[in-house]
Ligand binder design. Structure first.
Ligand code: SF4
Length: 356
């Protein structure tokens, strides 16, 4: 038996029944691949069907209000992905008559679609012989060839391209990814359950776990952030984030990077709110701190409870009140979510049970 037929036969028997595997709709596959970037399958599962129920077609997504799209994504994080997805849907409506292009170069021209996503859509939805290379595929190929991968990804891409040529290219790519996700795992590959051990150099030399060699991690950077927690009548004040906000949601608690420079508690966020919105808040006591990691930035979040502004934020000012109970439907960052959960549930459960 050949490598291809062995792996495909195994995939046919053993593959997990995932909702995006039951469709060839390129839009649905695009959604799933976007959700799966930097996110585990288990976390994506509840979102995928809900998102498609809310925006069943590419045209629905293109025409939707951005806030509704972000709310449907709320909790998955990395909101740039869904902004790109919606922008891509709009470009497909305008430039491709609403039909997702089959050509990988045209796919890669869409925002947020890199070589991996283009290869996945082209092969899975359109049956084209286009390769994919993600962490799972890279690891499997490194082990098959006993290549530590220190020379970069070019050789793995080349190998992936040569292997995808043949029948069922979409299933081939998914089988490779499935093998990496469920059997050929990073620390302890289950070679005893592998359908293709005879084709694996690393396994034959008894050194599977040595491949690929770990890449040196980018050193992470600690960022000091001051966050204002402003409550009024069971609601908290949120600020619409620009592209450069430190917390990176659509709406967040007002926050500012301090660089550790502000000696007075609350001074940094008070100044920031005055400069950004012309409102004056009164910093009070410290709340429970939190920390949150975004890629290689470790945020240390100092939480300052502040008295609410004297006047209502003007409509369109980029500030709004969020009532208790709205958190799940509001596209806030993971950092804001952590701060609210640490500070509001505890603070309110003893006072009558309001919980976010
Ligand atoms: Fe991975 Fe082991 Fe299979 Fe090789 S034999 S592909 S190391 S699971």
């Amino acid at each position: 038996m050949s490598l291809r037929s062995d792996l495909l036969a195994w995939y046919d028997r053993m593959r997990r029944d995932l909702p995006w595997r039951r469709t060839r709709d390129p839009y649905a596959i695009w959604v799933s691949e976007t959700m799966l970037q930097q996110t585990q399958v288990a976390a994506v599962l509840p979102y995928f069907e809900r998102f498609l129920a809310r925006f069943p077609t590419l045209a629905d997504l293109a025409a939707a209000e951005e806030d509704a799209v972000l709310a449907a994504w709320s909790g998955l994080g990395y909101y740039r992905r869904v902004r790109h997805l919606q922008e891509g849907a709009r470009r497909v409506m305008e430039g491709h008559g609403g039909t997702v292009p089959q050509d990988p170069a045209a796919l890669r021209a869409l925002p947020g679609v890199g070589p991996y996503t283009a290869g996945a859509i082209a092969s899975i939805a359109f049956g084209r012989e286009e390769a994919v290379l993600d962490g799972n595929v890279r690891r499997v190929l490194a082990r098959w060839t006993a290549d530590p991968g220190e020379g970069g990804d070019a050789r793995f891409w080349q190998l992936a391209r040569s292997l995808v040529a043949g029948p069922r290219p979409g299933d081939w790519n998914q089988a490779l990814m499935e093998l990496g996700a469920t059997v050929c795992t990073p620390q302890a590959p289950a070679c005893g359950r592998c359908p293709v051990p005879a084709h694996c150099r690393a396994h034959r030399s008894g050194s599977a776990a040595d491949f690929p060699r770990a890449r040196p991690r980018k050193p992470s950077r600690t960022v000091q952030v001051e966050v204002a927690l402003i409550e009024r009548e069971g609601a908290v004040l949120l600020e619409r984030q620009g592209a450069g906000g430190p917390l990176r949601g659509k709406w967040d608690l007002p926050a500012v990077e301090t660089g550790g420079m502000h000696a007075l508690v609350g001074e940094a966020v008070r100044t920031a709110l005055r400069e950004r919105h012309g409102i004056d808040v009164l910093p009070g006591t410290l709340g429970r701190p939190a920390s949150h990691t975004i890629l290689n930035r470790r945020l240390r979040l100092a939480v300052v409870r502040c008295a609410w502004p004297q006047r209502e934020p003007a409509p369109g000012s980029g500030l709004r009140w969020m009532a208790a109970g709205e958190l799940d439907a509001t596209p806030v960052s993971g950092a804001t979510r952590k701060v609210l959960r640490a500070n509001l549930v505890r603070a309110t459960s003893s006072a009558g049970g309001r919980a976010l």
